[in-house]
Design a protein around this ligand. Structure first.
Ligand code: PMV
Length: 353
């Protein structure tokens, strides 16, 4: 066993929020001001693949290492450390309960991750990244914790990552406790509940965003007066309505709320001092195309949403694919978007490897 390398691999999908997380009530524990809700996309289009390994043969002086898309990255940031420390301590409890287990918790970890989409371009790369990191190490350590329990750990890496440990329609309940023990992911409905749902991503720019979500949120919380109303009044109302829309497979409701929510979030960004602008002209053109197809068809067949970047995610139902794709193909032809990540299906859940 002295030369052995222990290894586990996993993939984690991206999730795209329809009720946005924006604002931390505790930046150290990554506790949000408001609850949020997202849809987990298919791993075939946007995902992080991660292999975690550990071995007594890895040089202790190098410590834990991470290669992201072949580039070395630090694992000694407070967020990564929070995840690694929690996972190691769970493994240590397993080892003390069962002394015949190899002492993996004391070996250096080597993590290798690859994204099949641009990193930090507002395509929720940190969500898939930390979800995959936590899942891979939990599998390597054979931890018995449920995805919901692991979501508490992923949340400390990146808030939105807690939602990528579950498939389908996933809420992140803000929780009330100061220690964050009730701030975790909850399954609203599995993918199979509404299997016709699709998402399409219009990549307006694959460039790195200039305002990170953490610094943007902090500034919004500190300076925006719109934000207070959003967190206290708007989001609780929209969250309840969104859960109902999903429960009733009501796309009209789902779409209207998703678009209002995206607009409310970006309005708070603009209300921040100095103002934060994530949307660009291409984003606005995409919003107008979506509005146009909805008006043409006479009902909501497509719903846009934008995270901390200009890329447009459009949700639609498979039955309306022709209308939606037809209208959005127009913006590809006009050279507005770099590429379209095709009508991806949703994901049902993460499996250990
Ligand atoms: O998880 P973070 O810190 O990258 O923040 C994500 C924030 C948004 O993507 C804009 C909204 C969300 O709920 O995913």
């Amino acid at each position: 066993a002295e030369n052995k390398i222990y290894r586990a691999s996993t993939t984690a999908p991206v999730n795209i929020a329809v009720i946005k997380y924006w604002g931390k009530r505790d930046p150290h524990l990554n506790l949000p001001t408001n609850s949020s809700l997202s849809v987990t996309l298919s791993q075939s289009d946007l995902r992080t693949h991660t292999t975690a390994s550990c071995s007594p043969t890895y040089p202790p002086a190098e410590g834990d290492t991470l290669l992201l898309n072949s580039h070395p990255q630090s694992l000694s940031t407070p967020r990564s450390l929070a995840c690694l420390t929690s996972l190691r301590s769970l493994r240590r409890s397993l080892e003390s309960a069962n002394p015949s287990l190899p002492p993996l918790s004391s070996y250096p970890l080597h993590i290798i991750s690859t994204n099949n989409f641009p990193t930090a371009a507002g395509l929720a790369s940190s969500a898939a990244g930390f979800a995959a990191l936590v899942r891979a190490i939990a599998d390597l350590y054979t931890l018995p914790q449920s995805p919901e329990e692991l979501s508490l750990i992923a949340r400390q890496g990146s808030g939105s990552a807690c939602r990528s440990l579950l498939g389908g329609y996933v809420a992140w309940d803000a929780g009330h406790k100061g220690d964050g023990s009730d701030s975790r992911a909850r399954l609203v409905a599995p993918r199979s509940h509404w299997p016709e749902m699709r998402a399409m991503i219009l990549v307006a720019s694959a460039m790195k965003k200039d305002v990170s979500s953490t610094s943007g949120m902090q500034a919004t919380v500190a300076t925006s007066s719109l934000f207070r109303t959003r967190a206290e009044v708007v989001v609780p109302r929209e969250m309840a309505a969104m859960e109902k829309a999903i429960e009733g497979r009501d796309f009209e409701g789902f779409g209207k709320i998703a678009m209002r929510e995206s607009n409310s979030f970006h309005a708070c960004c603009l209300d921040t001092e100095p103002p934060i602008r994530y949307l660009n002209d291409v984003s606005w053109a995409a919003m107008q195309l979506v509005q146009g197809v909805n008006e043409k068809v006479g009902r909501v067949v497509a719903a846009y949403t934008f995270d901390a970047g200009p890329n447009c995610v459009v949700y639609f139902l498979e039955g309306d694919r022709r209308e939606v794709v037809g209208c959005l193909a127009g913006c590809l032809k006009e050279g507005l978007v770099e590429r379209v990540e095709g009508g991806v299906e949703l994901e049902d859940g993460l499996e250990g490897a």
